[in-house]
Design a protein around this ligand. Structure first.
Ligand code: ATP
Ligand code: MG
Length: 594
């Protein structure tokens, strides 16, 4: 059964003796201002602010020019781009856009695996003043077309195989799409020029003929830069709009939440089709002049351990779903290596069960540091960072420049801030941090509803304890009302995950005439563990002893895998719809096979 673990993990000296960038919690928070953080960046030569300038040009013109910015791990090859090379390549791409007559403010969609062209195109499009929308390349044709129509796509950068499989058939439905640029995948030319599909351009040829010099368009901090669709965990994905000014949050959170230092080898495992893969898979590490590892392959337990060791990753930013899959595989694959360079591990996207925090400690000698944010917040807001103690199960504390609070609404819809620690309510942030969303695409009303009394309302429920740590309870849509209790699924899932047989758990409420909702859990088991009636009884008993009868699930079903979004979030709404025989709703982001 589960071993009792302490409630706090004291912060420890990091391997290499590196001092964290943030060691005095209140001191830095009181000294910090966004204006001052902005002054740490360079700004465009003529004034203004542009993400690509800060991420690339600043370094390409300085001492970091020959440093490796991006290291791409292909299936059996490695390629790199230095800051100077990334500058030249993104300039070429910006010139391609200019030559095609793509105007400032128009939207450039990116649909590709994690290949160099994707990164080059994003930065080049920023330089040309375009709004970039990266899409996850595993989406099917319909979700792609819907997002491109909504986002008024003018340009699409993709690869020839993806174009043939997903776009060609829908092209007529996208009359606004003027240019399709086909990049070679993995450095291989996609097709002989003559075989390039009709109505598309060979991007490599255009790039070869374009100049490597480009003067970044004079964007300001209020100009739109990014369109990101949310994960669709709770419903139809929303298009969140972000501005160039967001780069100030990316810089500050890269420094204080991810603790990036000169010389770091950083690996963010998220795909740029999700906000994490852009804010932290591209922008933040470049801002700090470090080297990023980009794995073009999909998740594989042994490959990931190999990468951590062989690439000498020092800071690793990943997601609970990946950690749970690594836990599921058992400790064997980790033991082929040692990881002396690894000094900091962070996670985002879903609640991080305490078992997963401890897994890091057991396997790497480093706990996993959970942090919280959303597509809408554009960057990390609440975090566990290496200078402070961790309370496993907590998301940590607000970053410098971020004022968080817990609020409740009364029947008239008025907001009241709950000062009392320990009380559950909606997590809210004082508005005004630089990467706050500036709108939902074509949905002004939904956007307005996010704000009240100078606060941004996150839609997540949480508690703050007396030490200022925030604890995730659940999304307001997922919270279960059972026999007069408000039960957050996370608490129940974490208790189930303490059981040695359990790899993952998803918990829902089922309508019940007597108690409002009864709690049901879906569980997937660790490899090698067989489902059985005896195990089910054991799990029910374990949950009752950990949680008490009122909060423990009444029913447990075994599933080989839980339905997840492609960004790795358990889709409780789908578990519920399937359980109740209701329509499944928008499943455009559902992971295949789930
Ligand atoms: P949609 O808004 O379309 O339903 P989504 O909210 O899952 O999808 P994202 O913006 O990708 O889309 O995810 C943000 C959400 O993920 C948060 O609101 C929160 O519910 C969850 N989340 C992120 N980080 C954490 C964390 N550390 N702990 C708990 N939940 C987290
Ligand atoms: Mg959301």
């Amino acid at each position: 059964m589960s071993t009792e673990r302490p409630a706090v993990i004291r912060h420890a000296v990091m391997p290499g003796g590196i001092t964290p960038n943030w060691t005095d919690y209140d001191g830095l928070r009181s000294r910090f201002s966004w204006g001052q953080a902005r002054r740490e960046l360079e700004g465009l030569p003529g004034g203004g602010l542009n993400i690509a300038w800060e991420a690339v040009e600043r370094h390409a013109r300085g001492v970091a020019a020959s440093r490796i910015a991006l290291r791409f791990l292909g299936q059996d090859s490695v390629s790199t781009l230095t800051y100077a090379e990334l500058s030249a390549a993104s300039n070429r791409f910006a010139n391609v856009l200019r030559q095609l007559g793509v105007a400032r403010g128009e939207t450039v969609f990116l649909l590709a695996g994690r290949i160099p062209a994707l990164y080059i195109a994003m930065l080049g499009a920023f330089k040309n003043g375009n709004v970039v929308c990266p899409l996850f390349s595993a989406f099917g044709p319909e979700p792609i077309a819907t997002r491109m129509r909504l986002g008024d796509a003018r340009v699409l950068v993709t690869t020839e195989p993806l174009y043939r499989r997903k776009i060609a058939q829908l092209r007529e439905q996208l009359p606004g799409l003027r240019h399709v640029l086909l990049a070679s995948a993995d450095g291989q030319l996609a097709a002989a020029p003559a075989a390039i599909p009709e109505g598309t351009h060979d991007l490599d040829a255009l790039m070869r003929n374009a100049s490597a010099g480009f003067e970044t368009v004079a964007t300001t901090e209020d100009d739109l830069a990014l369109l990101h669709f949310t994960s669709g965990t709770t419903g139809t994905p929303k298009g969140a709009l972000h501005v160039h000014g967001a780069v100030v949050t990316h810089w500050a959170s890269g420094k204080y939440a991810l603790d990036l230092h000169d010389g770091d080898i950083f690996w963010c495992t998220a795909d740029p089709g999700w906000v994490t893969g852009t804010s932290y898979g591209i922008i933040a590490p470049l801002l700090h002049g470090v080297t990023s590892i980009i794995d073009v392959a999909e998740f594989d337990v042994q490959r990931w351990y190999d990468i951590l060791a062989q690439q000498q990753v020092s800071v690793w930013y990943t997601a609970p779903t990946a950690i749970r899959m690594m836990m599921k595989a058992g400790p064997g694959p980790a033991r082929n290596h040692r990881y002396p360079q690894l000094r900091f591990i962070a996670s985002v996207g879903e609640p991080l069960n305490p078992e997963a925090v401890w897994w890091g400690q057991d396997v790497f000698g480093l706990p996993v540091h959970d942090n919280w944010w959303q597509t809408e917040t554009g960057g990390i807001m609440i975090a566990n960072t290496p200078g402070f103690d961790i309370k496993p199960g907590s998301m940590g504390r607000p970053l410098p420049g971020i004022d968080a609070c817990i609020v409740e609404r009364n029947e008239a819809g008025e907001i009241r801030v709950i000062e009392q620690p320990g009380q559950q309510g909606e997590l809210a942030l004082r508005r005004g941090w630089p990467s706050m969303l500036r709108g939902y695409l074509h949905n002004e009303e939904r956007y307005r509803k996010c704000f009240a009394d100078g606060l941004y309302l996150s839609g997540d429920l949480a508690r703050r304890d007396a030490d200022g740590y925030y604890w995730f309870v659940g999304r307001s849509d997922d919270v279960i009302k059972s026999a007069g209790h408000l039960v957050g699924p996370f608490e129940v899932e974490s208790a189930l995950m303490e059981h040695p047989a359990v790899a993952e758990a998803g918990v829902i409420g089922k309508p019940d005439p007597t108690i409002g909702e009864s709690i049901k859990a879906f569980v997937s088991l660790k490899s090698g563990v067989q489902a059985s009636e005896a195990l089910r009884m054991d799990l029910l008993a374990h949950a009752r002893s950990r949680l008490g009868a009122a909060v423990a699930p009444k029913e447990i079903d075994f599933l080989p895998v839980l339905p997840r979004t492609r960004s790795g979030k358990i889709m409780r709404r789908l578990l519920k719809a399937r359980e109740l025989g209701l329509p499944e709703g928008d499943i455009s982001t559902l992971e295949a096979g789930a």
